[in-house]
Ligand binder design. Sequence first.
Ligand SMILES: Nc1nc2c(c(=O)[nH]1)N[C@H]1C(S)=C(S)[C@@H](COP(=O)(O)OP(=O)(O)OC[C@H]3O[C@@H](n4cnc5c(=O)[nH]c(N)nc54)[C@H](O)[C@@H]3O)O[C@H]1N2
Ligand SMILES: Nc1nc2c(c(=O)[nH]1)N[C@H]1C(S)=C(S)[C@@H](COP(=O)(O)OP(=O)(O)OC[C@H]3O[C@@H](n4cnc5c(=O)[nH]c(N)nc54)[C@H](O)[C@@H]3O)O[C@H]1N2
Ligand code: SF4
Ligand SMILES: [Mo]
Length: 895
Amino acid sequence: MNPHEREPTPVRTACPYCGVGCGVLATPDGAGGASIAGDPAHPSNFGRLCSKGAALGETLSLDGRLLHPEIEGRRASWDEALDAAARGFRETLDRHGPEAIALYLSGQLLTEDYYAANKLFKGFLGSANVDTNSRLCMSSSVAGHKRAFGADTVPGVYRDLETADLLVLVGSNAAWCHPVLHQRMLAARAARGTRIVVLDPRRTATADEADLHLQLRGGSDVALFSGLLVALADGGFVDQAYVDAHTSGFQAALARAREIAPDLAAVAAACGLAEAEIAAFFDLFAGAERVVTLYSQGVNQSAQGTDKVNAIINVHLATGRIGREGMGPFSLTGQPNAMGGREVGGLANQLAAHMGFDAASIDRVRRFWDAPRMARAEGRMAVDMFEAIDRGEIRALWVMGTNPAASLPRADAVRKALAKLDHFVVSENVASNDTLTAGAKIRLPASAWGEKDGTVTNSERRISRQRPFLPLPGEARPDWWIIARVAERLGFGAAFAWRTAGEAFREHAALSAFENGGARDFDIGALAELDDDAYDALEPTQWPAKRRDAGGETRFFAEGGFFTGDRRARFVAVEPPASRPPDAGRTLRLNTGRIRDQWHTMTRTGRSPRLASHLPEPFLEISPRDGLRAGLTDGGFARVSSAHGEAVLRVRFDPTARDGAVFAPIHWTEETSSGARVAALVHAVTDPVSGQPDAKATAVAAAPVVFGRQGFALTRGALGVLDEGAWWARAVAPHGVSLLFATNGAVTLEEVFPDLRGSDEIVDFVDPARGTYRAGAFRDGLLQAALFVGPGSQAGAWSFLRGKLGARLTEGEIRGLLLAGRARGGADCGPLVCACHGVSRGAIEDALRAGANDAATVGSMTSAGTNCGSCLPEIRRMVAAARVRTNVPALGLFG
Ligand SMILES: Nc1nc2c(c(=O)[nH]1)N[C@H]1C(S)=C(S)[C@@H](COP(=O)(O)OP(=O)(O)OC[C@H]3O[C@@H](n4cnc5c(=O)[nH]c(N)nc54)[C@H](O)[C@@H]3O)O[C@H]1N2
Ligand SMILES: Nc1nc2c(c(=O)[nH]1)N[C@H]1C(S)=C(S)[C@@H](COP(=O)(O)OP(=O)(O)OC[C@H]3O[C@@H](n4cnc5c(=O)[nH]c(N)nc54)[C@H](O)[C@@H]3O)O[C@H]1N2
Ligand code: SF4
Ligand SMILES: [Mo]
């Protein structure tokens, strides 16, 4: 290397995954990649990253990227594609009116993109059919905030998590889903003894770390928080001065709470818990003034999502614990820009800049935009939108930055509906996903993380810059640019004439302050005059950021000042949970959610070999009792079916699972599995206020599926196909790709590895009696491919060999693997637990056998858990399990 070349300087940007909003330092390597580190100066993470953030560098390759516009499967120029995109909307508008066009957006778009899209449809095409995947994610929080506060306001800040005495996590698996924030909570606990309570029907990694875990029955949160309100009132914990001065509706809400939860016994019955557990929680809550209640999808994604939110807010209003240091209700946002999407009005029932569809707001936005054709009424919410597509009422759709064919409830029906569209445009990063393959006619290549330039807002209302550090590949373009070019072709060039993302941002900031005067919470007027340099250099900034703000206080509501007409907050009299008619034969309740190392439909995290090793297969978690009752075996397979669809999943007996409640992760799609699109099963029941689907409570049945052979195929080259009936999941490996599979059919080397050469050296082992076949293919002495087939799971060998593609194996390794089916020593075996340092389950078990008896010792012996800490809960769980094993050697569940 030329010694005079300058060291590349890191670019300060923000992580594209969760709503924690961590700052990232990206140092491009000049060859399309970059090294990634946490930004020590960013106030969300102070240098930390979780396993997903730390692996961002592994997701940057251009393999599988959509790099050129396409029309009907053929490559097109941008001019052709933009003309065709615009023409389709124009024709549909002319023929069927603005109700027949729709836009489906994403909390993964940047604020500037989101603003542009919303402006075009709601201001210039006259359609409020603009909804977003945030409908599936945050809309119950939005609706709950609006009912209580008169605006969609998150009152608190992250610092409150560090100064609280009690943290209550409701329906949040923050250890896996907001890991860096969870680490901040644990650090605060270590420093000052914060108590942590987790309310979740599953024993999650987050629950493992709690002082108290209430494993309540799914859907019973309203009863629990109603009971808490009653207990606080009866125990004299109501802050009457705050209630009198700043709220209304307390008595009615309390009376309703008494109906729902008259006493502890009623709460215990509703929640399926012991009275003592509930009393312990109520005592903790009553006794700690500084309490933050954090909540996420266990609250939002529910048929009573909005009532759950208000039941939580009610107890904070009643105790006046809001907007002050260390206290308040706190909605954790999911996506990196869930909050930004709310700011620009990405939801069908919002306009822009936290305005709604009242006449004054419509007129105000119309004047600001100089808009020719304002939408006059709320548009269709996501589930309704896709049902309208199915009925032919919506005929032209543009999907941007989301994968609805894999993430909406009744996903099979959604896919069928998409095929009916006259005009179907998708702006994407990847060349193939379940939505693109559902009939997208026009495919527009959007710039991806690392190339994108703009802003995102995190859970605590902090706006951070995502800055580009890689050149735009192929013909990819920013989403806002694509929207502006389509707008131009529809005759609105002047209103979309931004030359940079910064210009779009300034306009958005100016709208937030336009005729505001304190009437709206969202005001970032101070940022409306940033010049391009100042925008580029923008430090993470929390709102409100009003024009003449001195900075400082960014919490809301300590002294009231709500955004209702009379400036008082509203207590909401919540409804008791409705009982649904039982679904005959489908007695299990399917809860769906996330795993630690994958992001949604895996279009990005699925490219990282490191992230593929933690939980590489789609699975069903079920209590051993339910599993045995359904005829399942641990490690076997289950066909899980609902009224809407089915999936085949690997069975994991989980002794901590509640009977009747099963869980499956949402991440696998048609691209990555043979039939584990879990969203296909999910019912389309929605919350009556927010329209958010209830993704955590579908009635399902499970039945065993028996496969005679299981195994894996691993290769640096191409993967062939297995027989029709085979089950498989795809997972990338450090220098190749793998399939984990199960089948009753034949599996041959030639079919699985179509590009093996005659010159490749094959070493194999067959044991017909056991039904075992193991083969390694070597090219120039290096491992090119491996195929293992046997009666049981070959996971241990897979974990070892996936790291050996392209490497030379020792004689001992070859013999051990092929003859015995496992690596010698065993230490390299088992799934990866610590993604940062590449430490496997086997290595941690070795450390435990060697005497490690806490996570810190495991860390010093193996390095596991010493970087991002995302795996610490799992390590602690292993430590605890090892203790149980040594203390009670004869313990066996069924033996
Ligand atoms: N690793 C990873 N992190 C992510 C994401 C990802 O895909 N992967 N996605 C991001 C996004 S967009 C989001 S929205 C967040 C989601 O973050 P979370 O909401 O924390 O994640 P989920 O796994 O969807 O659900 C959380 C928990 O709700 C529980 N739950 C289900 N029903 C009920 C109920 O009735 N009551 C209560 N109290 N709890 C219930 C579930 O058992 C589950 O453990 O994560 C963000 N972070
Ligand atoms: N059953 C069930 N269903 C759920 C959930 C659940 O818990 N259970 N959770 C729901 C929630 S909370 C969420 S947030 C959704 C998430 O669901 P989706 O939004 O459908 O999932 P993603 O995989 O994040 O899809 C994002 C897509 O946008 C592309 N993309 C990424 N960045 C950009 C960009 O900048 N521009 C463009 N044009 N494209 C981009 C990616 O390649 C990917 O294809 O799933 C929801 N669905
Ligand atoms: S916690 Fe992890 S996924 Fe979330 S923003 Fe930080 S690094 Fe990204
Ligand atoms: Mo989400």
